[in-house]
Structure formats: structure tokens, C-alpha cells
Design a protein around this ligand. Structure first.
Ligand code: PLP
Length: 316
């Protein structure tokens, strides 16, 4: 084997160079490792068949935001996929906490995931695979960058249909992203920055890593079916209720979105992010709306609230 490896030095070094990865810490097979050393088998069903579930929570100013809800959704996904891990919810919380504390990141993107795993005989039967839990913490990343958060994202409505719930249950957070990634490339081709995919009835569904809301005469609407029940989406329902705003999960047509007073997207990767252009045309006057800004402010303020956030204890 040695001569094969040495014949490909440039290719090999790219993957083992720790500087090819963001700074972070992973938990794998009972050990905490630098992210560059966290590796899984190419025979893992998670890699070969996207047979995996995961959840992402973030840490902001050294505090986890709504960690209990993310862990709850992760364990619900495990159960629905008939996977099991040798850790309780409390132990998973402790592992995530340790990944963040060891990484030193005060703003982190923290993922817990479980793959179907590999089997000793490369069996075709998923029941033979040994489920594999892992977790990691890397620097916080956002769907929208600072400029886009300031002036609003430019979004294209994709012709692609989001994978239907009858095929893959969107309540299970999953890596079936080929439709979303192809939607992104379509959007780039149309000079947009991200995409929204439709559901099987032609209504708006969701985008790569986010849910969407439209504001119409002070009422908020968000797609009801064919979408992940996002934790940020849920947070918007709760904050809207505190503000006395009506917020409903309904069918959202493309026209409703385009004629809305305000549009925004929601994700753990970025929070509440304004959209000001859809398919090349401005939403209302093309400026970020007041309800979006009010919710965004409230969302980040609540990251300090002990009812919704948990502090990380960093070493030293
Ligand atoms: N929809 C999809 C497909 C996602 O992958 C995500 C998050 O990754 C979301 C919506 C938003 O969910 P959350 O607010 O829980 O991050």
C-alpha cells in the first residue's frame, strides 16, 4: 500500500491537513478529538445511503439556545428510524457541552448525529448495522452573511419539488439534500443567493436549511406541510404570540409570498433572516420590514434568558 499512498501525496495531504478544517472538537467512539481526526468508515450506511438523523443547536455568547428541544427532536428521529445510541438525553447534553467547552468557541454550531453504521459482513440488512453516534462543535455559521442580514436575502423560487413527506418524513431531520442543493445551483444560475423549494401541491415548502414566513397585514404565515418543524420556526410562533401577532401554519402559495409585506427565513444557522427580493422582484418596498426586525431583536435578546438558554462552563 505504501507505494500507492506516496504516488498521491498532493491528494492525500489535503484530507489529513488539520488546516483544511474549521477549528473544532468532535466526539466519536467515546473520545473527544480535533475535528480533522474525526473519521467514519466509507462502508457506513450514513455515508452510502444518507441513512442518518441529526440535529443542530447553536451556542451564542457562551450559552446553548433551546438545547432541550433539539435533543428531544433528535431522540424522536432516532426512534422513528429504529436507531439506538448508548447514551441518555442527559449524557448527550453533557457530550455536546464538552465538545463546545473543549473547542473554546463562544459562538458555535453544534451537531449531534447518528448513522445506521456499518456491519461486519457488509450485509444488505440495515438491522445488522451497528448504529454510530457522534457529535461536534465548530464555529457558528449563518445561512445569510452580515451584508445579507442587513439588506435582506435575494431568493429564487425553485421549480424543484421538496422531497415529499410520504417518501421521507420531514419530522426526522435528515441529510436528503440533493433537491435542496440542486435548488441552490438553480438559484445561483438566476443570480439569487438561495432557493425556496415547492411542495407536491405547488405551494412554498422550505429552503436549504431553513423555514420561511410571510407577513401579510400583520399576520404571519408559514408552510404547514412538507417541512421540518424547525425550532426557530417554533420560536417565531412563541415570540409572535408574546407580541400579540397572529401566526398560522397554512398552505403558502408563491403569490402570497411575492405579494407579502415582509418575508423572512428561520434557521438555527442564522436565526431570523430577512428576504427582500424574490425571483428578481422586491418584496413590498424592497426594505427589511419592521415585524422582521422586531422578531429578530427579540430572538437574539432571548439568548440570555435562562428559561431558553444554558451556559457552557469553559475550562480555566
Ligand atoms: N428545514 C430544513 C430542511 C433544515 O435543514 C433546517 C435546519 O437545518 C430547518 C428547516 C430549520 O430548522 P431549525 O430552525 O430547527 O434550525
Amino acid at each position: 500500500m505504501d507505494h500507492i499512498v506516496s504516488a498521491l501525496p498532493a491528494l492525500e495531504s489535503r484530507h489529513i491537513d488539520p488546516h483544511s478544517y474549521p477549528a473544532g472538537v468532535a466526539f466519536l467512539d467515546g473520545q473527544y478529538l480535533p475535528i480533522s481526526q474525526a473519521r467514519i468508515s466509507v462502508l457506513d450506511w450514513g455515508f452510502l445511503h444518507s441513512d442518518a438523523t441529526y440535529d443542530t443547536v447553536h451556542v451564542w455568547n457562551g450559552r446553548f439556545f433551546r438545547l432541550d428541544l433539539h435533543i428531544q427532536r433528535f431522540f424522536s428521529g432516532l426512534e422513528r428510524l429504529r436507531m439506538s445510541i448508548p447514551f441518555t438525553r442527559e449524557q448527550v447534553a453533557e457530550i455536546l457541552h464538552n465538545c463546545v467547552a473543549l473547542s473554546g468557541h463562544r459562538a458555535a454550531y453544534v451537531e449531534m448525529l447518528c448513522t445506521r453504521g456499518a456491519s461486519p459482513s457488509f450485509s444488505r440488512d440495515p438491522r445488522d448495522a451497528i448504529n454510530r453516534f457522534m457529535a461536534f462543535a465548530v464555529p457558528f455559521g449563518s445561512v445569510a452573511n452580515a451584508e445579507q442580514r442587513e439588506r435582506g436575502l435575494h431568493v429564487a423560487i425553485s421549480d424543484r419539488i421538496r422531497i415529499p413527506p410520504a417518501s421521507v418524513d420531514p419530522a426526522i431531520k435528515n441529510y436528503h439534500w440533493l433537491d435542496l442543493v440542486r435548488g441552490l445551483y438553480d438559484a445561483y444560475d438566476r443570480n439569487a443567493e438561495t432557493a425556496l423549494l415547492l411542495d407536491f401541491n405547488g405551494n412554498v415548502a422550505e429552503g436549504p436549511g431553513f423555514n420561511v414566513f410571510a407577513v401579510e397585514q400583520g399576520t404571519l404565515v408559514t408552510p404547514a406541510v412538507g417541512v421540518l418543524a424547525g425550532i426557530t420556526r417554533r420560536t417565531v410562533f412563541e415570540l409572535s404570540s408574546e407580541l400579540g401577532l397572529d401566526c398560522k401554519a397554512v398552505d403558502v402559495g408563491v403569490d402570497t409570498l411575492k405579494r407579502a409585506d415582509e418575508v423572512f427565513i428561520t434557521s438555527t444557522a442564522g436565526g431570523i433572516m430577512p428576504v427582500t427580493v424574490v425571483d428578481g422582484s422586491p418584496i413590498a418596498d424592497g426594505k427589511v420590514g419592521p415585524i422582521t426586525r422586531r422578531l429578530e431583536q427579540l430572538y437574539w435578546d432571548r439568548h440570555e434568558d435562562p428559561a431558553w438558554s444554558t451556559p457552557v462552563t469553559y475550562p480555566g
